[in-house]
Design a protein around this ligand. Structure first.
Ligand code: FES
Ligand code: MG
Length: 589
């Protein structure tokens, strides 16, 4: 088998160019034998750095990956990927998912690589790398950096993100002061690794395993555990075999594999960012995946993982209880895994791989017959304000259900008065304004927070009620918006509304005081004004110059805004999705 890298490193028909390509790869100590004896050249796409602390442990793990690659007869070339740090990057890390994707495509396409290890972890690193591998389509395997250890504060588990949302409410209610708030919040970050709640990172790493792109069990091993280094080694060994087997991302990430990932997402109580990212990965593979698929496949699946924010425990507990393999096993055993024949990077199907994986602690991972909640997947809502918005039903609290979803005549529907905010700054400035007269019959709405309105899309829909309401014991209100929210949030928001206000969606014409009807049974959300009034308001908006968006601050913000699709379409770049299998089009210069 002739390897792709040989057209760079070992091409007797073009000795000049070969020498030019080979020469500089010798200058740090590689030998001619390593580059010209037909060994697979394996990239490690390195996402860790001091700027990206969630993935920083990959710098250590890469040493074990390298050993595995060499033990299996490959040559390792590690290279950087544009950093994405969820909690470091302004205005939002989501802005950089597509930039990181683009940079990876260029690296994989333009350099002599036969296969690649994708070092995934922090929220957007996982979709960015899977998207890149899908577009180029050389053999690829993902390796999670692993979650942090459990955080602890005052003898209780402290989950990343979730602890902040909780402590913030206590700060607002005057129960703790700023230093106490900081102490509680940072206690939730006890070690290297990604967030230890079932936020977007744990979710996307779990989905990468369910998709078949990681070794079984590799998603949930905590970053500091010795098994994390061991699975890094095995991942290195396996990528070399994948090159010889010529098993590519498009062989693994099939429609059935995506459907399996959706089912798993419901069972783990996964993040509302997952549909955006998984739909994007699918698109780059060339598979149509929509928010309808999420409701169709996912909604009836029960919640099995008792992990924050939908449950009580954290990632370390989840791993000890059996992790993704135990959940996959439960889905399989209960005919709820859509495609048991989907092939994984091991070469075996998910049906074979997970046939025998038990639960070791049913407090943390429930049996399918005794779930935390039945029918715990997402709803895909639509109506006269947007075409699609997601709601995570697994985090509807008993209190929320009692207050809003217990109407005797129609228990799944309620009406609420809209309080409309234009972006997060407006929300922070006005939420405690008495003139708004916010009470428990209100729904907080935020707009101007989508991919165009707030470049990349802001994680802001999980808005807190005004402090006065929290002091009265009302700790959550219904919320709605064209932005996202953190996967660590336990808020049952209606979010990711597409199209966003800035892209022509009717959230742009919503006014404070409008009545909104939310009907979960029929997955409908409508503002209770008639079509003529909507048309009237739209024409006024057009006359006033349209929905205002802030100017771009960087070149990339402007470039992304001119090409990006809406959340429901995966927030992909329109010109990018037509490129498929690009490694096949590579030819020597
Ligand atoms: Fe990076 Fe949560 S902020 S994983
Ligand atoms: Mg986040």
């Amino acid at each position: 088998m002739k390897l792709r890298s040989q057209s760079w490193f070992d091409n007797p028909d073009n000795p000049d160019l070969t020498a030019i390509y080979v020469g500089h790869y010798l200058n740090y100590g590689l030998t001619l034998d390593e580059l010209q004896s037909g060994k697979p050249i394996i990239g490690i796409a390195q996402t860790g750095s001091d700027l990206a602390p969630c993935n920083r442990h990959h710098i250590e793990l890469a040493k074990r990956v390298r050993s595995g690659i060499e033990a299996a007869g490959g040559v390792c070339i590690e290279f950087p990927v544009h950093p994405i740090q969820e909690n470091g990057k302004r205005p939002t890390a989501a802005l950089d998912r597509n930039l990181s994707y683009l940079s990876l495509v260029e690296s994989l396409f333009g350099y002599p690589l036969d296969g690649v290890v994708l070092t995934i972890g922090c929220d957007k690193t996982t979709p960015a790398l899977l998207m890149g591998a899908a577009t180029v389509n050389i053999p690829a395997i993902a390796l999670s950096v692993g979650p942090m250890l459990n955080g602890w504060h005052n003898g209780k588990r402290a989950g990343t993100g979730a602890t902040i949302w909780e402590a913030r409410k206590r700060l607002a209610a005057g129960e703790i002061d700023y230093p106490q708030f900081m102490e509680a919040s940072t206690a939730s970050i006890p070690s290297v690794g990604f967030c230890n709640t079932m936020g977007t990172a744990s979710t996307m790493n779990s989905l990468a395993e369910a998709l078949g792109m990681q070794l079984p069990g590799a998603a949930s091993i905590p970053a500091p555990y010795r098994e994390r280094g061991q699975v890094a080694y095995e991942t290195g060994r396996r990528i070399v075999e994948l090159v010889w087997a010529d098993l590519k991302p498009t062989d693994v990430m099939t429609k059935g594999a995506f459907e399996n990932a959706i089912a798993l997402n419901s069972a783990i109580g996964g993040s509302t960012n997952a549909p955006i990212h998984l739909n994007a990965v699918a698109k780059h593979v060339g598979i149509e995946l929509t928010n309808d698929d999420w409701q169709r496949i996912g909604h009836e699946i029960p919640l099995l993982a008792n992990v924050q924010p939908a449950g009580d425990y954290l990632a370390e507990d989840f791993h000890r209880a059996g992790g993704v393999p135990a959940i996959m096993n439960q889905l399989l055993a209960n005919s709820s895994l859509p495609d048991p024949n989907a092939i994984t990077v091991t070469g075996e199907s998910v049906g074979e791989l997970y046939a025998d994986r038990g639960i070791s602690d049913t407090n943390v991972i429930r049996d399918f017959d005794a779930p935390l909640k039945p029918a715990a997947g997402f709803l895909n809502l639509s109506g006269n304000l947007f075409d699609s918005a997601i709601m995570k039903t697994s985090v509807i609290s008993a209190e929320f259900r009692k207050r809003y979803l217990s109407n005797a005549s129609d228990p799944e529907a309620f009406e609420a008065r809209a309080i409309v905010f234009d972006g997060p700054e407006d929300y922070h400035a006005r939420i405690d304004d008495d003139a708004l007269a916010i009470d428990e019959n209100c729904i907080l709405v935020i707009r101007g927070a989508g991919p165009l309105g707030y470049p990349g899309g802001a994680e802001v829909v999980n808005m807190q009620p005004p402090a006065a309401l929290i002091k009265r014991g009302i700790t959550e209100l219904p919320t709605l918006g064209d932005g996202r929210q953190s996967g660590t949030s336990g808020s049952p928001s209606i979010l990711n509304a597409s199209p966003e206000a800035a892209a022509g969606g009717n959230l742009a014409i919503l006014q404070t005081g409008d009545l909104i009807r939310i009907d979960l049974r029929n997955a409908r959300v409508n503002v209770l004004i008639d079509a003529a009034e909507i048309a009237d308001r739209r024409s006024c908006l057009a006359k006033s110059g349209g929905f205002p968006t802030p100017p771009s601050q960087t070149p990339w913000q402007e470039i992304q805004r001119s090409h990006v699709e809406q959340f429901a379409q995966g927030m992909t770049l329109k010109p990018a999705v037509k490129y498929k299998n690009v490694a096949q089009t590579a030819h020597p210069r």
